[in-house]
Design a protein around this ligand. Structure first.
Ligand code: ADP
Ligand code: ZN
Ligand code: ZN
Length: 706
């Protein structure tokens, strides 16, 4: 009669403690049970057996929910690591690691059954035709009934009736990726050969593959993956966000012509479950996916490939605020397999590690097909500028239209949010929850908050002075599209931004429309990444320094990244590419480094600034955000905590934007030692008492919330 220890929802950190229950049967770690907790029925997860408690009467568990554990040993260890590293509750870690329908309190039934035929013990004789069919199909059993039935209904019926095959119900599993025509590997360049050899032969387990866009990094991935698959092991391809996933899926499918699993945020719960089961049941060797794919239940992982490793979508915003790179490092250590991080613009952190020799740096110095595109800086303070476009850029767009070549125009979203202002008192219309300016969306005539996503009807009354006289300040992608269309009435324009890509598959549809018949693609940062269109010969960046004014310590890094990635979209095939960068500050070292495609120069200059300011990678950071309806309350708690942490470097408190009608203030901690920082924050999390003021912890934040 075992006693078991369990974790119970809710996810609050203070409840990161196990509770003891009594069970009639032995239960393995990782099985979900229903228990009574605080007079409520709750789902709990079994962690192991324990001694009979002496000081209280343990309650019976109410129900066992799973036959088999949801998580294997590795994933339990990983949850432990995540909880420690990100100061998150265990339950929140389990929850993050599982597909939605397996989560602790999930009520969805993900399992769709379908009919299959398996081998039976038929004895009596068959008609020759039925016998022939059976012999042909027998080696492939069990088989989906629809496939079997296609052959010949009457024969199948006979086989069923005489017991040669029998019908069973199995979980339906669908492959989401379509098939692509086989793509044969090219002959590798000398650089690629060398890169592969280094990764194959060096002792180190982590590699940073640094190569300009179009230098053949993906081809190196495919080659390494091939070798791993041939050894019978599994390969994980990580892709930053949904926009790039279809391209990677296509290349992997075309090359390997085998069943693969796909995992990303746009799958439904049941699709996610199916993909998850395919990996768990060892039916696939290849997984292509975004952030959450790093938790797939691999049994024999042979290689992890992380494309565009610098991308911020690899860090999760919600608790646990993990970084996919950390999880990849953990899993590569657990499986003793290699991890290759790749980027044209590595994160400063990874490059610094490679610089120190912790990772092995592998470089691809040249583009495969072409030289790098020609880059030109245009000073926005000089010459004619019309609606945000310099004369120079307008001429070049005209030229491409005449030559039937394509153009990509990139807007930095921050510089292009149209807000509504009152002409009389200059009041801006703000989001009531977040306190930041709402932006105007013409197509729906609404005001949208880009912080919380809430939508409000457009108003024509100033909340401050009552005037009805508004004007639009700033220019949105939508308005820009309108003004470019007016300038070039013949041009086919495709716009890609947060508004036009909300629907499932919208991304792919827009890209396809552009590829097939578009002249100009206008978009926010999302068009900077990964696109490979051979006919694009011009990239225009409308306001390159819009991001540099931010108070974020990573502003320079993200701007460099964006410019370098965007210029990588021009001239990818046999036609020469050209990039025009419009800027207010052409002597900035970010602009200069981009002009010469000189990552090393950027790295060295930026590292000096980080060193001076004591920022990562020289220190480890954490932010603490206190929120309450009253600013004074939040500030009071923040100051109290700051006093308690007096031995630590603490910056703040500063007030940041509101969320869900709550005022928020932020403390920023810096520490030379990651371990010391973790200990400090854990101690704080345990003793933090205030129920009224909510505390949110973000370890190693990438973006400092403003
Ligand atoms: P990256 O991932 O660095 O941007 P890719 O691997 O996508 O680079 O390569 C860029 C282009 O060059 C692709 O169209 C790819 O098919 C092609 N390519 C890559 N390696 C070779 C090679 N060795 N020979 C010919 N073409 C190649
Ligand atoms: Zn808002
Ligand atoms: Zn007003």
């Amino acid at each position: 009669m075992p006693f078991i220890q369990v974790y119970v929802e809710p996810l609050a950190l203070s409840l990161n403690q196990m509770f003891t229950y009594h069970s009639k049967e032995k239960l393995e770690r990782g099985i979900r049970v229903k228990v009574e907790f605080n007079h409520k029925e709750m789902v709990a997860i079994v962690m192991g057996e324990c001694e009979k408690p002496t000081d209280f009467q343990a309650k019976e568990i109410l129900e066992v929910l799973d036959e088999k554990p949801l998580l294997n040993d590795e994933l339990f260890e990983l949850a432990e690591y995540m909880s420690n590293t990100y100061v998150a509750s265990k339950m929140s870690c389990f929850k993050t690691m599982l597909p939605p329908s397996l989560r602790v309190q999930s009520k969805t039934k993900p399992i769709i059954m379908e009919e299959w035929f398996e081998q039976g013990e038929g004895m009596s004789s068959l008609t020759p035709k039925a016998k022939e069919l059976f012999e042909k199909l027998q080696p492939m059993l069990p088989m989906r009934s629809s496939l079997f039935r296609k052959q010949a209904k009457t024969h199948t019926k006979q086989l069923l009736e005489k017991g040669y095959i029998r019908s069973i119900k199995r979980e339906k599993q669908e492959e989401i990726a379509s098939d692509y025509e086989e793509d044969r590997p090219p002959i590798l360049s000398e650089d690629q050969e060398k890169a592969i050899e280094t990764i194959r032969n060096e002792e180190n387990s982590t590699f940073l593959l640094h190569g300009v866009t179009g230098s053949g990094k993906t081809e190196v991935f495919l080659q390494l993956a091939k070798e791993t698959i041939e050894q019978g092991k599994q390969v994980l391809f990580l892709v930053p966000e949904i926009g790039l996933t279809p391209l990677m899926i296509q290349r992997v499918k075309a090359r390997f012509q085998q069943k693969i699993a796909i995992y990303h945020s746009q799958l439904s719960a049941s699709e996610k479950y199916q993909q998850y089961q395919m990996v768990k049941n060892k039916e696939v060797q290849i997984v292509v996916g975004t952030r959450s794919a790093c938790f797939m239940p691999f049994h024999d992982l042979g290689l992890i490939l992380m494309d565009e490793e610098h991308d911020t979508s690899y860090k999760q915003d919600a608790m646990p605020k993990y970084h996919t790179r950390d999880i990849a490092l953990f899993r590569s250590a657990y499986h003793h397999c290699k991890l290759v991080l790749a980027s044209a613009t590595p994160s400063l952190e990874s490059y610094a590690r490679a610089y120190k020799g912790l990772y092995t740096l592998v470089e691809l110095k040249r583009r495969i097909a072409k030289s790098m595109p020609k880059i030109e800086l245009v000073d926005l303070r000089e010459g004619e500028v019309e609606g945000g476009l310099s004369k120079n850029l307008l001429d070049k767009i005209q030229d491409r239209l005449a030559k039937k070549e394509q153009t990509i125009l990139l807007l930095n979203r921050r510089g292009y949010l149209p807000v509504m202002k009152c002409r009389k008192c200059e009041e801006t219309i703000l989001c009531p929850d977040c306190g930041i300016a709402l932006s105007y969306h013409r197509s729906e005539n609404t005001l949208v908050c880009h912080c919380c996503g809430n939508t409000y009807p457009n108003t024509n009354t100033c909340p401050k002075c009552g005037s009805h006289d508004f004007y639009q300040h700033g220019m949105g992608t939508e308005k820009l599209e309108g003004s470019i269309q007016t300038k070039f009435p013949e041009a086919k324009i495709v716009r890609m931004d947060a508004d036009t890509t909300r629907k499932k598959n919208a991304h792919q549809k827009l890209l396809k429309a552009f590829e097939e018949e578009g002249d100009i693609l206008i978009g926010t940062q999302m068009v900077a990444k990964g696109l490979d269109f051979p006919n694009v010969t011009l990239v225009g960046i409308l306001q390159a320094d819009a991001g540099l004014v931010r108070s974020d310590y990573r502003a320079n890094e993200t701007t460099y990244e964006m410019l370098e990635q965007a210029s990588g979209r021009a001239g990818r095939a046999d036609k020469e590419g050209e990039v025009l960068i419009q800027t207010f500050d052409r002597s900035h070292y970010v602009m200069e480094s981009v002009l010469n495609h000189d990552y090393r120069k950027f790295f060295q200059t930026e590292m000096q600034y980080r060193h001076l300011g004591n920022y990562p990678p020289f220190t480890y950071m954490a932010t603490l955000i206190f929120s309450h309806a009253e600013l004074s309350q939040a500030l009071f708690e923040a100051r109290k905590v700051k006093d308690e942490l007096k031995e630590q470097r603490v910056l703040g408190p500063i007030e940041i934007s509101m969320r869900q009608k709550k005022k928020r203030v932020r403390l920023l901690l810096k520490d030379k030692s990651q371990e010391h920082l973790e200990t400090t924050i854990w101690a704080l999390a345990h003793r933090y008492k205030s129920n009224a003021v909510k505390l949110e912890i973000n370890m190693h934040p990438l973006m400092l919330e403003e």
